[in-house]
Design a binder for this molecule. Structure first.
Ligand code: KG4
Ligand code: ZN
Length: 342
């Protein structure tokens, strides 16, 4: 089954064709990053206008690369939310028009469930359920138990900022630009992660929730102190970036291990979302688990599948469709939905 996926929840205009939930035939991503670098973050109105300009060329390109014409496409999958409403609307309207005009089944997909299925993309092995997944992005941060396809249990979530958002805000504080995640990771390579004793929000011994706002404030205080002392030089930035990264990574990996200890029956542990591109995070997870034996550990096969993309939406749509094909019809429309419920 070939599904054309569309994703416009934030600042990537993306379209992809995926076969049977795994085989990526095309994955076109037009990133608006250079546009948003000027403002140090995404301005929703600006993002929406850019989606309108790029949506149709991106769609054409994804069909062309996949070697498909409309007759080859069995269904259209679309991110229904959560995300920036004006950005989402460009995608949902486009998908609805395609459903009517091209007579295609329409499969609305919740964005976070898309990230969960990014681990299946281009994976040649059989993925075993149940799975414990840590999803870490700019807009959301959860620990999720995948009991069966589209049978999810949220074990923990962020009470304030998501990890990616904290990376972005701290990068901005120390003048590293947007998006903050890759910039912090790169700068941290020249720093010492032990230079600053930053807080770790464990929130008691049992909690599987996250909180990064205290850490962000601690970084802000250090920056202000340094400004009073004099210049914020490259070494200060590198040491602070490394110390911040260590704090985030230790808590994320620690809580993933904590969740695994509560659900040892899981067959696999997955790490997905934009922050899963972080090599230090992958390394620390492996270190922590290896002390006690780790089940199969997977993260997306390509960095392009970590951050927002449409292949994961088409992939998730396949598994959603398989569960109840009768629910998805052609000549219909989808309404954007800001709910975080998966
Ligand atoms: O999944 P994603 O593309 O969008 C949301 O659904 O939110 O995640 C984007 C986030 C941004 O906050 C970005 O800074 C972060 O992922 N990110 C990283 C890295 N690459 C992207 N964070 C840490 N290390 C990275 N290498
Ligand atoms: Zn995302």
């Amino acid at each position: 089954m070939k599904i054309l996926g569309i994703e416009t929840s934030c600042d990537e205009t993306a379209a992809a064709v995926v076969e049977d939930g795994k085989k990526v035939l095309s994955n076109v991503i037009y990133s608006q990053i250079p546009l948003h670098q000027k403002t140090g973050g995404v301005v929703p109105e600006v993002a929406a206008r850019e989606h309108i300009l790029k949506m149709l060329p991106v769609l054409d390109e994804s069909l062309k690369i996949a070697g498909c014409d409309w007759d080859d496409i069995d269904a259209v999958a679309i991110t229904k939310g959560p995300g920036l409403i004006s950005s989402l609307l460009v995608g949902t309207e486009t998908a609805s028009v395609i459903s009517y005009v091209k007579n295609k089944k329409l499969i609305p997909v919740q964005h976070i469930s898309g990230h969960l299925y990014s681990a299946w993309l281009d994976c040649e092995e059989d993925i075993q359920l149940p799975i414990l997944t840590l999803t870490v992005s700019g807009g959301h941060n959860e620990l999720i138990l995948i009991k069966d396809h589209f049978k999810f249990e949220v074990l923990g979530e962020t009470l304030d900022d998501a990890a990616g958002e904290a990376f972005d805000k701290v990068a901005r504080l120390i003048g590293l630009g947007y998006p903050g995640g890759p910039a912090i990771a790169k700068t941290a390579m020249n720093g010492d992660g032990k230079s600053f004793a930053l807080p770790r929000a464990w929130m008691g011994k049992e909690s599987l929730d996250f909180s990064f706002s205290g850490l962000k404030t601690a970084v802000w205080e250090l920056v202000e102190e340094q400004k009073l002392k004099g210049e914020i030089d490259e070494q200060f930035k590198a040491n602070l970036a490394a110390s911040f990264q260590e704090s985030v990574v230790e808590v994320l990996a620690g809580k993933l291990l904590r969740a695994y200890e509560k659900y040892p029956e899981v067959k696999e542990v997955h790490l997905v979302g934009g922050v899963s591109a972080n090599l230090r995070l992958r390394e620390v997870i492996q270190e922590k688990f290896n002390a006690q034996g780790m089940p199969k550990f997977r993260y997306p096969k390509s960095i392009q599948y970590c951050t927002d993309n449409a292949a994961m939406i088409a992939g998730a749509a396949y598994f959603l469709y398989q569960k109840s094909p009768e629910k998805f019809v052609s000549k219909t429309n989808v309404v954007a939905d800001l709910s975080f419920d998966i």
